[in-house]
Design a protein around this ligand. Sequence first.
Ligand code: URA
Length: 435
Amino acid sequence: MISVQDLIRKKRDGQVLSREEIEFLIGGISSGEISDYQISAWAMAVYFQGMDERETRDLAVAMANSGDVVDLSSIQGITVDKHSTGGVGDKTTLAVIPLVAAAGIPVAKMSGRGLGHTGGTIDKFESIPGMKVEKNFTDFIAQVNVVKAAVISQTGNLVPADKRLYAIRDVTATVDSIPLIASSIMSKKLASGAEGIVLDVKVGSGAFMKNRQQALQLAEIMVSIGKGAGRQVVAILTDMSQPLGFNIGNSLEVIEAVDLLAGDGPTDLLEISLELAAHMMVLGKKFDQVAEARNYAAELLTSGKALDKFMEMITAQGGIIKLNKADRGLKMAAIQQPVQSAISGYVNQLDAYQVGHTAMSLGAGREQINDVIDHSVGIQLLKKRGDYVQAGETIAVIHASQEKHLSDAEAGIRAAYEIGPEKPEPTPLIIDIVT
Ligand code: URA
């Protein structure tokens, strides 16, 4: 007979758990038979002792099978999905879905809401007036077959073991453990059913993984989990030391993604979106070579076909976006306050975590799972790493709903910028690719 105490003890002492033991544990987490304090103790043991590759794979698969496993076989074509490990200003999903769908590859996207300093894709879509992200499964599949793209909020019973385990990890300082992150992310990807998965593993202050070595470890284990479960998986390590693009906050990020699709987006967002879309097109068997797929993705942007596809998907889900660049019809914050630089010099650092945390404190994100977010608020950056700033020049604009948030937000933005006399060396946006 397996006992939870024995499994906690084994992990505490650095031993390896068998598949049967892991399945027992996940079964007890899902059914509620194992208590919160035993789960916390086990998670802390994993945090300190880690898990080997086989254990991590077994954990991901056991979690994936803890609830509904989505069957996408009625979708015509090879279904592909993408996942970001979470960053600040990361609106790539909004651009990548229509790019890939415009190439004729079906994208059945199930996304989550944000927690902490990183935003969630569903929150961004919900800032579009009228947009419905709750759809029954039959309608979801039907939309993917007609439009080639649909996005819904993750269903109630997708990976219930992760919901409980993540909620406990969140309050017991056990989130940042590579085997726990890898199994949490991959269990949801496996249960979501796509055949091809592109993982955007963020690296830097705004990401879970602060350096390349940790990120590579996470990427390799996630690719191994996916391949072990018979999926095609590619992981791309991308820079998250500063926010992606200029806009942080839900409405602001949708506006920036639409600008990108309309051919007028920031270069870092463009580069990462094209790279992710190209890998998805290769997994979807539209192209053999990533370079060829990338050129095609760029053409879909210039021809306006990707923007048309985005509008088609939004309209199919009741959303309304205006094609007027000056006013996309999204709810904007009542107060827009510029922040000026006190000194002249080059932006040497723009700390993504600090910017994300500041946006969250304005109401753009959630500190607790049940917090209500304000889609209109956020931060618009006017200067990024390497840019020259004159003393008195505006470096960022705070979009706030309440006066009382302004002074802390301004202090947060000032703390994020490090301005100095030397121009910093440019750093690569795409750091590594794991296949
Ligand atoms: N995202 C997840 O879904 N799970 C984690 O553990 C960390 C990030």
